[in-house]
Design a protein around this ligand. Structure first.
Ligand SMILES: [Zn+2]
Ligand SMILES: [Zn+2]
Length: 455
C-alpha cells in the first residue's frame, strides 16, 4: 500500500485539523484539534460533554473518530469502545492553537508529541496555569533546520508566520513521495519572510501532495488585508487620541499583538497591563532567544484582580499566581492613573470595570476577528453593551493570522505539488480557481477517506 493521508477534521471547516499519515505500518497523527463549532448543535457553554464519559459524549455526535489504538484508557473507560495498546507512533503538532491541539487530551499519553521549542514553552506556561491538552505526553522538541524520522518518514519542520509564535509547516519524505503541510500561515505579519522560507523549501522538494489551509479562501473575494504594521499605526492614533483609559480584548498568546500594543504604549507614555496568565506566558517565552518579548515588571505590569475574600491574600490565589501579587496593579491603582494605562481585559473579565470605574471618553479596542457565528455575535453584543455602559468608544482593529485567498492561491502555484488537498477552509472546491491550466489534481478532502502519496 502506498503511503497515505486521511483527514478526520479540518474538512470543509476552519480549524479542527486531524490528519493521520501512514507509511509502511507506521502511523503519525498530524495535529488533533478541536473545531471552532464542534458539536455546537448539541453543546454550548451550559450544556457540556461530561468529563466522566471521557470521549464517549464526543463519539455520540461523531466529533471524534472511533479509531483503535489512539485514545487513552481514561478517555475510553466509560465508553463502549475498548482500550487497546497504542497503534500510533507520534503526534506531530504544527502550533499551539486549540483548533490544532484541543483533542490531544483524549490521545493515549504513551504516544509522544513532537512540537517546536517555542510551542513547548507555551505548553509549559499553560500547563502551570489553565492546563494543557498535551498533559502527560512525552515532548520531543524541534526547530527549523532540524530533521527527525518516524519510521520510514523524514520530517523537515519549517517555520511559518502566524498569530502565535512557534508555528510550523512540514515537508515530509515518505517511501512513496514527498508531502507538504502548511499548518496555519500568513505573509503579512512581522515574520512574513518565514512563510516564504517554507514555500521555498517545499517547492525545492517537488511534493506529490500539498495539504494547505485556506481559511480566507471564499466566494466574496479578498477585501482589505490589514498587516500587523498597519494595526500598530492605527493603534498609535487611537491610543494617542484619548487622555482617558484604553482597554482591549486580544489573544494574549499573539505575541505580535502584545508587541504592537507595547510599542503603542511606549510611544504614548502608557503602561501595558496584562493578566497573570499572559504574564506567566511572557515569562516562559523569555527563554526563547529568537523571540522579542516584553519583560514582566520592567516593560509591562500585571493586573491583580480580587479573588475569593478580595483582600489580596496569598491564600486567595493559585500557587502559580502568587509570585505576581507583589508586582500587580489593582483596579484602584488603575483608577488613579487611567490616562497612563492600556489594559488587556478579556470579555469574561469585564466585571473588573465595576471596580475600575473608568471616567467616560476612553477607547475600547476590539482586537480580534469579527464575529462569524451566533455565539460570537452574542458575545459582541455583550461587549458593546459594556463599552456603552462605561461611555467608551468602540474600535475594531485586527490583523488576521491567515493569508488572504489570493496569497493562498499564489502559495499553491509556487509549491506546484501534483495533488492539492485544501483543509482548514469552508470552501475547498474554490481552490480550482487557482489552477486554470489544470496542472494539478484538486482533491477536496472527504472525512475518513485516504488520499495516497505517490509520485
Ligand atoms: Zn487553525
Ligand atoms: Zn492557528
Amino acid at each position: 500500500m502506498p503511503p497515505r493521508i486521511t483527514c478526520y477534521g479540518g474538512v470543509g471547516e476552519i480549524g479542527g485539523n486531524k490528519f493521520i499519515l501512514e507509511d509502511g505500518g507506521v502511523k503519525v497523527i498530524l495535529d488533533f484539534g478541536r473545531g471552532f463549532s464542534d458539536g455546537s448543535d448539541y453543546f454550548d457553554s451550559s450544556i457540556l460533554p461530561r468529563g466522566v464519559n471521557g470521549a464517549g459524549d464526543l463519539f455520540e455526535f461523531d466529533l471524534l473518530p472511533q479509531i483503535p489504538g489512539l485514545y487513552s484508557e481514561e478517555a475510553l473507560q466509560n465508553t463502549t469502545v475498548e482500550y487497546s495498546e497504542p497503534e500510533f507512533d507520534a503526534v506531530v503538532l504544527s502550533h499551539y492553537h486549540s483548533d490544532h491541539t484541543g483533542r490531544i487530551e483524549y490521545i493515549d499519553p504513551k504516544i509522544p508529541v513532537f512540537c517546536g521549542e517555542t510551542t513547548s514553552l507555551i505548553n509549559d506556561a499553560y500547563s502551570a496555569s489553565t492546563g494543557s491538552p498535551l498533559r502527560g505526553h512525552p515532548i520531543r522538541k524541534f526547530r527549523t533546520g532540524d530533521k527527525f524520522t518516524i519510521g520510514p518518514m523524514e520530517f523537515h519542520p519549517i517555520h511559518v508566520d502566524h498569530s502565535i509564535p512557534g508555528a510550523y509547516g512540514f515537508v515530509v519524505h515518505t517511501s512513496g513521495g514527498t508531502m507538504a503541510y502548511t499548518g496555519d500561515f500568513r505573509f503579512h505579519g512581522p515574520a512574513g519572510s518565514m512563510t516564504r522560507d517554507f514555500v521555498d523549501a517545499a517547492r525545492r522538494e517537488r511534493p506529490s501532495l500539498l495539504l494547505t489551509e485556506g481559511t480566507r479562501v471564499g466566494p466574496g473575494g479578498d477585501g482589505a488585508n490589514m498587516s500587523e504594521t498597519a494595526v500598530k499605526n492605527e493603534a498609535l492614533k487611537m491610543v494617542g487620541g484619548t487622555k482617558a483609559l484604553v482597554f482591549s480584548t486580544f489573544r494574549g498568546n499573539d505575541i505580535d499583538r502584545v508587541n504592537t500594543f507595547y510599542d503603542a504604549c511606549q510611544a504614548t507614555g502608557r503602561r501595558l497591563v496584562v493578566s497573570m496568565k499572559v504574564a506567566l506566558l511572557l515569562e516562559k517565552l523569555m527563554g526563547d532567544r529568537g523571540l522579542r518579548v516584553p519583560r514582566v515588571g520592567r516593560d509591562v505590569d500585571v493586573y491583580l484582580r480580587r479573588k475569593k475574600k478580595g483582600k489580596f491574600d496569598d491564600s486567595d490565589y493559585y500557587s502559580w499566581e502568587r509570585p505576581f501579587i507583589g508586582k500587580g496593579v489593582t483596579a484602584a491603582d488603575i483608577r488613579k492613573k487611567q490616562g497612563k494605562v492600556f489594559l488587556h481585559l478579556e470579555a469574561w473579565n469585564f466585571p473588573e470595570l465595576v471596580d475600575i470605574k473608568p471616567g467616560r471618553g476612553g477607547t475600547y479596542i476590539h482586537s480580534a476577528t469579527e464575529a462569524f457565528n451566533e455565539e460570537g455575535e452574542k458575545e459582541e453584543t455583550l461587549i458593546r453593551n459594556w463599552v456603552e455602559h462605561v461611555g467608551f468608544r468602540y474600535a475594531q482593529l485586527h490583523a488576521s493570522g491567515h493569508a488572504p485567498g489570493g496569497e493562498v492561491g499564489k502559495l499553491v502555484r509556487d509549491i506546484s505539488a501534483k495533488k492539492v488537498v485544501p483543509i482548514h477552509t469552508e470552501h475547498p472546491e474554490l481552490f480550482g480557481q487557482f489552477d486554470r491550466e489544470r496542472r494539478w489534481d484538486l482533491e477536496p478532502p472527504v472525512r475518513g477517506r485516504a488520499v495516497s502519496i505517490d509520485t
